[in-house]
Design a protein around this ligand. Structure first.
Ligand code: THG
Length: 364
């Protein structure tokens, strides 16, 4: 693939100087912003992530700030998840849907105060959806994209590294909870979350000025921990079954199809609830499944159709070779008739038809 011509429209991040100095080899664009994809090789980056600790520039997980007297009212229209159950220091993974139940995004919501939430976005312009609802409803809320840039610290040594920079209190932060912790006089939201299953934290860095000082502090404190610059890893996240909006699911899918039905427990009449009622009661007709693909697979740059006896029964959205598990691991959307573990299918790839088998579970 030719390189992408850089310009102001593809936004850099407060950590870009650090990412470049660390020798980034590839980028993607996410929320109109640079997101690194590889530093050494996907395989090396993945193995290092599983053994040590990495610092990830995930500034592209942009925040939609919803603030004001009607913030909770707006959140209850947008969120299929029961917002009344959310603790003051909690983060919620929230599938957000349109009026037909189609997935618009799958952000992490952060409750900053009773009248202030952030939606930490996957790739998509959800701000405009929230703003449109607020305007149409005449809600008293301010909706902005604040100057907030998440920096993830992921891997088995993340607790040790974070404790050295933010103090021992960081070890007590529970999964999908946060504490406000001091860095150079600023109280930053530090949550135990992140787009890997190797454990770790996300620091929501408020203000670009703190970006490189925090980046440098983490690298200075982590030398003996073998800290490296990293990024969401295409191998690790498929092994882990972490879904990527735009790859594994789109607006054509409902949260139930994505296996996110457990997050649709709101008693409120949220947008899309009526359209989802049938699937809430009976389950979806197709759903996300882990698959193993035989043979040698090329990079997965399009949806690959799945077939059984020549009939189309779904598609693969992500596929990559796993060095740890020695299989081509894949994430697919498979029809109910063929989604049972062990079902043998065929997948149409640019390298020809290859065998695929539905798996019982992801690898982590
Ligand atoms: N962190 C933050 N913002 C984000 C992401 C993130 N925005 C974009 C993208 N990632 C959103 N998508 C996801 C997908 C999965 C998870 C988080 C964000 C995730 N899921 C856990 C799991 O599947 O095991 C746990 C979910 C739960 O139990 O609540 O972590 O990573 N800030």
């Amino acid at each position: 693939m030719a390189s992408i011509f850089p310009s102001r429209r593809i936004r850099r991040t407060p950590f870009s100087p650090g990412v470049e100095a660390a020798g980034v080899k590839g980028y993607t664009v996410y929320n109109h912003m640079l997101l690194a994809t590889v530093f050494d090789s996907l395989e090396y980056d993945c193995a290092h992530l599983k053994e040590h600790v990495q610092v990830w520039d995930v500034a592209c997980e942009r925040q939609v700030s919803i603030k004001g007297p009607d913030a909770l009212r707006l959140m209850k229209l947008i969120s299929p998840r029961d917002m009344d159950k959310m603790a003051d220091d909690q983060c919620y993974y929230v599938p957000t849907v349109d009026h037909k139940g189609g997935m618009l995004n799958d952000p992490v919501a952060v409750k900053l105060a009773a009248d202030h939430y952030w939606l930490s976005l996957a790739d998509g312009d959800l701000l405009q959806f929230a703003l449109g609802i607020a305007i149409a409803k005449g809600f008293d809320v301010e909706i902005t994209e604040p100057d907030v840039s998440p920096l993830a610290v992921q891997g088995p040594k993340a607790d040790e590294l974070m404790a050295r920079v933010f103090g021992e209190a960081v070890r007590d932060v529970r999964f999908f909870r946060y504490k406000r912790l001091d860095f150079q006089g600023a109280e930053l939201v530090v949550a135990r979350s992140g787009w890997s299953k190797q454990g770790g934290f996300e620091v929501y860095v408020e203000g670009a000025d703190l970006g490189m000082p925090l980046w440098n502090a983490l690298f200075a404190a982590g030398e003996d921990l073998n800290v490296r610059a990293g990024c969401p890893n295409a191998i690790e996240r498929v092994e882990s079954g972490l879904l990527s909006y735009g790859n594994d699911m789109t607006r054509d899918n409902t949260p139930y199809e994505c296996g996110l039905g457990k997050f649709c427990n709101s008693p409120e009449d949220y947008i899309g609830k009526a359209a989802l009622a049938e699937q809430a009661a009976n389950g979806p007709q197709r759903q996300i499944r882990p698959l193993v693909i035989g043979g040698e697979i090329p990079p997965c740059l399009d949806a690959w159709p799945l077939f059984a006896d020549g009939r189309r029964v779904g598609e693969v959205g992500s596929a990559i070779f796993s060095p740890e598990f020695q299989v081509n691991a894949a994430i697919g959307m498979v029809d109910r008739s063929h989604w049972a573990p062990g079902t043998a299918l065929e997948v149409e790839t640019p390298a020809g038809m290859l065998p695929a088998t539905v798996q019982e579970k992801f690898w982590r």
